[in-house]
Design a protein around this ligand. Sequence first.
Ligand code: EPS
Length: 390
Amino acid sequence: MRYLTAGESHGPQLTTILEGLPAGMPLEATDINQELARRQKGYGRGRRMQIEKDTVQITSGVRHGYTLGSPIALIVQNDDWKHWTQIMGAEPLEQGAEEEVKRKITRPRPGHADLNGAIKYGHRDMRNVLERSSARETTVRVAAGAVAKKLLSLVGVEIVSHVVEIGGITAEVDSSLPIDVLKDQTEASPVRCADPDAAKKMMEAIDIAKSNGDSIGGVVEVIATGMPAGVGSYVHYDRKLDAKIAAAIVSINAFKGVEFGIGFDAAKKPGSEVHDEITWNSEQGYSRRTNRLGGFEGGMTTGMPIVVRGVMKPIPTLYKPLKSVDIETKEPFSASIERSDSCAVPAASVVAENVVAWELASALVEQFYSDRFQTFAEEIERERQFARDF
Ligand code: EPS
């Protein structure tokens, strides 16, 4: 499976084309819209989310509620576009209008893509960079992930995300909570955190950051249950599923790191306290006594829950701007101020969940027969049986 996204933050629309999904899979706009709505929520978001009400239009690849096997095209309109039609229009500007309409940006924000993107493409107006590097693009990555989540739910794979840290405040969440309970608690929290005490402190930290004109980051965790064992590869570096998930997480705007299971703590412990002992019983087949490796051994799923965390840096667009250099005058300046969120970690957890969903669905489609959805689902069930009896 693969997908491509297109669209600028204040352009007319965001678009994605998905390829490789099995034919005959039930899919409706509501499956996607509910994920888009989840991504728009979260304490600490700026005013843009009050303008947008993200909903999808499915313009190809689905007929009467089922996938056709042909590319699926998804469109989300930007409601803010009506304020930007001149600034972001595709037509050439009339002579003399440039100064007036362009809202040219020549002061790069430290930590953003502005300067490096401008150097790369030779843009003297860094709006040409920030319009695309904006996290607005994650809208259609979530739309793609929502389709993947639908596929996963139909073959018994559940996926959930939650916030485990914001601005240095860490959540205490019982790791043995059933996934449904964790899901309900997370959805009820304004910061998508299942520890109510920590959630309150996180909101206070966001308020402080906002009143200081600053921003804060955090850590999100994605858990997926029900993946059959042996998905991925130990044979080929580029088919290792944990590596693909790591790339997907770090590809989310502002994400700087990723870990599985106990992650970086593994460096501090002896092997006997890192690896998970193998058990077997006739009902479940093979299992692990613990899940410190987060569901992966040798680039393949173990059948245990996949547990992956990503760290998001504070958003680099600050109301209290850092020092930068104007690319026209080369004079030091405070970086340009753009409307922004003081914390987007809760929304980013939904993005993380959806990009992981895409990688899991892709890996299943790659490994099992996938032209017809029904046969695909049956093959996955047969595989689970095979692993149980092995
Ligand atoms: C973003 C800046 C803000 C955020 C945006 C990401 O947008 P604007 O410049 O229009 O105020 O709201 O996030 C989204 C639009 C979104 O859908 O998540 C940035 O610079 O990355």
